[in-house]
Design a binder for this molecule. Structure first.
Ligand code: SAM
Length: 235
């Protein structure tokens, strides 16, 4: 299997430093994935190296210009001959979730476009929708507005990368976790609560069933807890 390639384009490459830490950092060291960060300013034009301009139609703030973005996207796309998923991070996009993480973990090349200011000239989205070998996805990490797409890219990258075979030591832990556990009607459930030693802590006891050694009972208890917690969340 060829290595999954991730490219992140941003005017603040330093914001993406956490990608060298922890399991994501190890996955790169172990050559399970490749992550490259591109500074949009390297593709800026003119003496002022500007990447933004005032919005057509008026209004507050600045909009990121199409040309530097197109040049940056085309430069990273050149690295791979296959299909590119261009991910436009925007609060106006489809809400990211675990099923999207599984879907994106199957792809060969993901390009994350981190907007700033009022966002990126919409013609970038329109243009690459019509370019061969590109799929464009507008993705939001939730119904709130961040200053830039970098944090959203970190969130999505971490959720995807931990699903790639070999990244997490024990793959069974991916099945028994929130949004992967299936309920009776095949809906996604959140995980049951977890406890570790000591069995008694500041007057709080571990639920006795977990100390019983009865695996069937424990499985029943966990599944009931998952159902109840999920129901409570969705109320
Ligand atoms: N004017 C835009 C709007 O109202 O939809 C918001 C722009 S926001 C201040 C700047 C950038 O942050 C966006 O272009 C996007 O890349 C990123 N961003 C902000 N909130 C986000 C979210 N919830 N999910 C993904 N990206 C987000």
């Amino acid at each position: 299997m060829s290595k999954l390639q991730f490219d992140v384009i941003s005017i603040f490459p330093e914001y993406l430093a956490p990608l060298s830490l922890s399991l994501v950092g190890k996955a790169q060291e172990n050559e399970l994935i490749d992550i490259a960060i591109t500074d949009l300013r390297d593709f800026a034009q003119g003496a002022h190296k500007s990447v933004d301009d005032t919005p057509y139609g008026g209004g507050a703030g600045m909009v990121m210009s199409a040309e530097p973005w197109a040049n940056a996207i085309e430069s990273v796309a050149q690295k791979s001959t296959g299909h590119h998923e261009l991910i436009m991070l925007t609060p106006a996009g489809k809400r990211f979730d675990q099923s999207m993480a599984y879907e994106l973990a199957q792809k060969e090349h993901l390009i994350f476009a981190c907007g700033r200011y009022e966002g990126i000239d919409y013609r970038i989205t329109e243009h690459y929708q019509g370019v061969e070998n590109f799929t464009v996805r507008e993705i939001s990490i939730g119904d709130y507005v961040l200053n830039g797409g970098e944090v959203a890219a970190l969130v999505i990258l971490e959720a995807i990368i931990r699903l790639i075979p070999g990244v997490i030591g024990n793959p069974a832990s991916l099945e028994e976790e929130s949004h992967s556990i299936r309920g009776e009607e095949n809906e996604n459930l959140v995980e049951y609560p977890s406890y570790t030693k000591p069995a008694s802590w500041r007057g709080h006891e571990v639920p006795p069933v977990l100390l019983s050694g009865n695996h069937a009972e424990i499985a029943r208890w966990r599944s009931a807890q998952s159902e109840a917690r999920t129901r409570q969340l969705r109320e």
